[in-house]
Design a binder for this molecule. Structure first.
Ligand SMILES: Cc1cc2nc3c(=O)[nH]c(=O)nc-3n(C[C@H](O)[C@H](O)[C@H](O)COP(=O)(O)OP(=O)(O)OC[C@H]3O[C@@H](n4cnc5c(N)ncnc54)[C@H](O)[C@@H]3O)c2cc1C
Length: 388
């Protein structure tokens, strides 16, 4: 397989580098890494600029406002933006999950209403799948949607919903048929978060950020034309979302891991730990793991380019990335020694590594826990018998 850029890809990479250099603040490259997230206004404005320049939804069909390009262009975009530490598009869930699901299963009206608005960051989506007792076993969820004339009345609770506090819409899974088997009882809705009866309560993560939320749904009316796909086919529609969640996120995060590794090398040099043979051995081990991940991500990308759908291999990237990232951030804190106790403004790079280590704990849980991903890899990639 030839991994060098084609002439078109090289031209795209050059243009993007030029655009980033012209659009990021002049001192951007000299800044130390940012510990937390960007604020909402800055992120929305940056996302709109990405959209105006044609960099949002590169692989989405042009008729929906996307770039109509093959997945390799998205990979280049991720590599280049990670290289300079550019902010992400704020619509992570819309771009990576809700949008592709609407493209695959939506009506023309739904496509017209949501797709361009997702790209331009006018509509931010959140994901209302998990419930207090339904995470990995998603099919056991209890939120109910009962048909009443031309709308559904929804009651229930969702939890761990990232971005719900700023979201305009939610991809919501609810039970529409209490009699049917778990998988056949679910329907997928596009919920307007401003609907009456929707209450969002922020939850504070271990990092201190209120990045995810509880959503309470009390007698919420959702018009029947906001069902995505067929009534009762919510499980199949949700599988499209979950495949895209791991497929697209996996590659994005591998590009970011590369940057974290470079930051780790800089930290090793700054602390003098790069002279220690045992540290050098651990750094080399992480670099090797990084290369393995990079090529697995390329393999998954080749599958995506061939079939248009991320394959189960994407679960390998997500699994290995999240665990490698935890080891990487742990080593960084070890290198800081007693200085690792100083957080915030007093800490090295304003507590960047402390933040990364705490945030990395959630990475092995969100988008499928490591245990669940190992089962997927065992069954669907290695062809081993089902464990349950
Ligand atoms: C940072 C973060 C952001 C998130 N964002 C969202 C979001 O935006 N929207 C949303 O809907 N959800 C979100 N989630 C929820 C996430 O998808 C769930 O936490 C995850 O699916 C696990 O479900 P659970 O918490 O109910 O744990 P459980 O499923 O109860 O699992 C508990 C433990 O049992 C293990 N386990 C469960 N089943 C099996 C099995 N079959 N075999 C082996 N081990 C098993 C798990 O691996 C885990 O260790 C987020 C979570 C985090 C941490």
């Amino acid at each position: 397989m030839d991994l060098s850029d084609t002439a078109d890809e090289a031209a795209f990479r050059d243009d993007l580098r030029g655009w980033l250099a012209a659009n990021l603040p002049a001192d951007w490259g000299q800044r130390t890494p940012e510990p937390g997230r960007w604020d909402e206004d800055f992120s929305r404005a940056w996302s709109k600029r990405l959209f105006d320049a044609g960099y949002a939804g590169l692989t989405w069909p042009a008729k929906f406002g996307g770039g109509g390009k093959p997945p390799s262009f998205q990979a280049i975009y991720l590599e280049e933006t990670a290289r300079v530490g550019a902010p992400d598009h704020i619509g992570v869930i819309g771009l990576g999950m809700a949008g592709p699901t609407i493209i695959a299963h939506g009506t023309d009206k739904q496509k017209a209403k949501h797709l361009k608005a997702i790209l331009s960051a006018e509509q931010i989506f959140c994901q209302g799948f998990s419930e207090p007792s339904s995470g990995s076993d998603l099919a056991s969820l209890r939120t109910k949607a009962v048909k009443d004339g031309d709308h559904y009345v929804v009651n229930g609770q969702k939890v761990w919903s990232s971005y719900a506090h700023i979201a305009d819409f939610c991809i919501l899974l609810a039970r529409t048929d209490p009699e049917a088997e778990n998988h056949r009882a679910l329907t997928y809705f596009l919920l307007d978060m401003k609907s009456e009866g929707v209450t969002v309560r922020p939850l504070r993560q271990i990092t201190g950020d209120p990045e995810f939320n509880e959503i309470f749904l009390e007698e919420v009316k959702i018009p029947a034309d906001c069902v995505l796909g067929e009534v009762g086919a919510g499980w199949r529609v949700a599988m499209t979302t979950l495949l895209h969640e791991r497929g697209t996120l996996g590659f994005a995060l591998t590009a970011r891991l590369d940057v974290a590794l470079q930051n780790l090398m800089a930290t090793a040099r700054r602390t003098g730990a790069d002279a220690d043979p045992l540290t050098r051995d651990r750094l080399a081990g992480l670099w090797i793991e990084m290369q393995g991940l990079r090529y697995t991500a390329y393999r998954s990308l080749a599958g995506l380019a061939r079939t248009g759908v991320p394959g189960p291999e994407a679960s390998i990237t997500k699994l290995r990335w999240s665990e490698t990232n935890q080891r990487l951030t742990k080593l960084a804190l070890e290198l800081l020694g007693p200085d690792a106790q100083l957080d915030g403004e007093d800490g090295f790079w304003s507590g960047y590594w402390q933040y990364q280590q705490l945030r990395s704990r959630g990475n092995t849980i969100e988008a499928g826990t490591s245990e669940v991903l190992r089962s997927i890899v065992a069954e669907r990639v290695l062809g081993l018998p089902r464990s349950r």
